[in-house]
Design a protein around this ligand. Sequence first.
Ligand SMILES: *Cc1c(COP(=O)(O)O)cnc(C)c1O
Length: 239
Amino acid sequence: MTDRKDELAANLAKVEERIAAACAAAGRAREEVTLIVVTKTYPASDVRVLSELGVRHVAENRDQDAAPKAVECSDLPLIWHFVGQLQTNKVRSVVGYADLVQSVDRSKLVTALSKEAVRAGREVGCLIQVALDAGEGGRGERGGVAPGGIGELADRVAAAEGLRLDGLMTVAPLTGEYAGRELAAFERMMDLSTDLRRAHPAATMVSAGMSADLEQAVAAGATHVRVGTAVLGVRPRLR
Ligand SMILES: *Cc1c(COP(=O)(O)O)cnc(C)c1O
């Protein structure tokens, strides 16, 4: 193996151990949690190595980086998640490679995603991004809709051609009542998911937890964790 492959294999093994331990501690089966590796800022060659090591889900947050990478890796059996704030003028490009968009947080975006999904003849899975620190009716600084806005947005996604409502996504808030309380934040997400599933029983995904707080997410009941740094290393700073 190359040095990089060794390094990624070792990091993946450590993350796998953490997820398995968190599942065991929570009395959950390991299969209940899916690892998504966030490959943003890292090259397509790393994505290829991760695929060789058995990774099936990768995530990106900037279309400019993701689009060429997805093209270079189009021969690999990967599921691509888009997790970044998404401008409507990037939607056509993102729909070209993303199987799921986890950052759906406004109706304008739903309209644009639906239009491009239909145009491309694709079905795009959508997660509503929730900002637990947004004021009611507002949006989070890093995107996301306030909890009170989930229902309406979910109904729009469910009714939109070309889109599939898969569940909810969040990033643990740095401000507000949940700052520093990751477990409480993720438990609140599970309550919001229960509410959502009353109207949309198939929307079972809860994407929560990153390198620093995946244990809390698994403890709360998350179905998907998004891990970047712990697998690929500390990212070089962007600009
Ligand atoms: C970068 C990113 C992650 C991964 O964060 P790490 O701390 O590197 O594990 C997860 N989710 C989103 C939305 C991200 O942008």
